[in-house]
Design a protein. Structure first.
Lengths: 214, 150
C-alpha cells in the first residue's frame, strides 16, 4: 500500500457539516486528486498542467519588460583654481540629488531602477586654445556610500577643438549607486603640460542610460 | 542652573571631539613615497573620504614605447590608456579612529589588481599600508614615508 492510498484512508478528510468551507474545499480537491489516481493518464495530465502553470508563472516573472530612459547631465562645472603646475591636477564638482527631478518627471521609482550606465561623456571649454595645455583628462565619479569609479578618459587631447569626446569605461558596476546617492562628486584628473596661472573651468556633459522596470 | 551648565560643557566637549577626530583624519593628507621609491603619491580628501594619486614616477616613460606610462594592465580594456601619472591608486578611505583609515582599496598597476587596504600611522611621518585579499591576515604591509615639499 503506497502513501497516497494511505492518505485517502485518513478518516478526518471527509466533509463535515461543522467544519469551515475551506476544510471542505481541501477535502474535495484531495478527493478529486485521488479519484483521478485510478486513471494514470489523467493524473499525468494534471501533473503536466501543474508544472506548466509553474513554468509560465516563472517565465512571466523573470521576463518582465524593462525600459531605458536617456538623460544628459549638462554643464557640470569642473573647477581647479590656479596657479596650476605641470603634471597632475584635479578639478572637481559636487552634485546634489541630481537625478531626483528627472526620476519624478518620468515617474521612475529609484527601487525599480535595474542599472545606470554612462553612454557618453564630453568636455567643453570656452576658449578652445585652453585645451592645448592639457595632455589627458580622466573623469571619475565618487560618492559617500560607494566606491570611486573611472568613467571616461581622453589621452591625448585633440588640439584646437572646443569639445572633447571621451572614451567611456566598459566596466560600470557602481554607477547606479553613485548617482542615486544624495551627493556625488565628478572628479577630473588632468595632466597639464606646463605651469599656468589660470584656473581650469571645464564643462562636462554626461549622458546616462537608466534601465528600469515600469 | 547646574543642569544647563553641564549640558553646555557636554556640547562643547562633543563639538571639540568631532573637530579633533576630523583633524586626525587629515593627518594623511600630503605627499608620500612607497618603500620601493618608484613613485610619489599625493593623498587628498574628497567629501569625507581620502584618495591618493600618483604625482611622480621615477621612470615616467615606458621603456618599450618611450611614451608616458599608461595603465596597460587595467582589467577594463577601455581604461588602459589612463596615464599612470595622475592615477588614483588609493581610493575611498574613511577615518576610523586611533590613526586608522579603513574600507579603502589599493591598486597595483604592475598587475592590474585591486586589493582591500587599511592605512595606519604612529607618528604621522610614516604610513603602514596593508593590502590584502579577503582577510587582513593574508596580506602585505608596505611602509610609506612622508615627503616634505620645500
Amino acid at each position: 500500500m503506497n502513501l497516497l492510498t494511505k492518505f485517502t484512508k485518513i478518516k478526518c478528510l471527509k466533509p463535515q457539516k461543522n467544519k469551515t468551507c475551506l476544510y471542505n474545499l481541501v477535502y474535495n480537491s484531495v478527493n478529486h486528486y485521488f479519484r483521478c489516481k485510478k486513471n494514470r493518464k489523467m493524473q499525468i495530465e494534471i501533473k503536466n498542467y501543474f508544472w506548466g502553470a509553474i513554468l509560465t508563472t516563472l517565465l512571466m516573472g523573470c521576463g518582465s519588460e524593462t525600459k531605458v530612459e536617456s538623460f544628459t547631465i549638462e554643464n557640470i562645472n569642473l573647477v581647479a583654481e590656479g596657479p596650476l603646475y605641470e603634471g597632475s591636477n584635479t578639478a572637481q564638482a559636487e552634485l546634489k540629488n541630481m537625478l531626483t527631478s528627472f526620476l519624478e518627471t518620468k515617474k521612475i521609482k529609484p527601487e525599480n531602477i535595474e542599472n545606470i550606465t554612462i553612454q557618453s561623456c564630453n568636455l567643453t571649454i570656452e576658449d578652445s586654445a585652453n585645451f592645448n595645455i592639457f595632455q589627458s583628462i580622466n573623469i571619475q565619479l565618487a560618492s559617500e556610500n560607494s566606491e570611486m569609479q573611472n568613467i571616461a578618459i581622453i589621452n591625448p587631447i585633440a588640439k584646437n577643438k572646443n569639445i572633447q569626446l571621451l572614451k567611456v569605461a566598459e566596466k560600470q558596476e557602481k554607477i547606479k549607486d553613485i548617482l542615486l546617492d544624495k551627493m556625488c562628486f565628478v572628479v577630473a584628473d588632468a595632466i597639464i603640460v606646463a605651469d599656468t596661472a589660470m584656473n581650469i573651468n571645464l564643462n562636462c556633459n554626461l549622458t546616462i542610460n537608466i534601465k528600469y522596470i515600469p | 542652573m547646574k543642569i544647563k551648565l553641564t549640558l553646555i560643557v557636554m556640547l562643547i566637549s562633543a563639538l571639540s571631539f568631532t573637530k579633533v577626530t576630523e583633524n586626525n583624519g587629515d593627518k594623511i593628507i600630503g605627499l608620500w613615497e612607497p618603500s620601493n621609491g618608484k613613485a610619489r603619491v599625493k593623498i587628498e580628501k574628497i567629501g569625507t573620504k581620502y584618495y591618493g594619486k600618483i604625482v611622480w614616477l621615477k621612470e615616467p616613460n615606458d621603456p618599450t614605447t618611450q611614451k608616458p606610462k599608461v595603465d596597460k594592465n587595467n582589467p577594463d580594456t577601455a581604461m588602459r590608456n589612463v596615464p599612470l601619472k595622475g592615477y588614483r591608486m588609493l581610493k575611498d578611505f574613511t577615518y576610523k579612529e586611533k590613526d586608522e583609515w579603513i574600507d579603502g582599496t589599493i591598486y597595483d598597476p604592475e598587475n592590474g589588481t585591486t586589493y582591500s587596504c587599511i592605512i595606519t600611522t604612529k607618528d604621522g611621518n610614516v604610513l603602514n599600508i596593508r593590502g590584502y585579499i579577503g582577510v587582513k591576515a593574508l596580506g602585505r604591509t608596505d611602509t610609506w614615508k612622508k615627503i616634505t615639499v620645500k
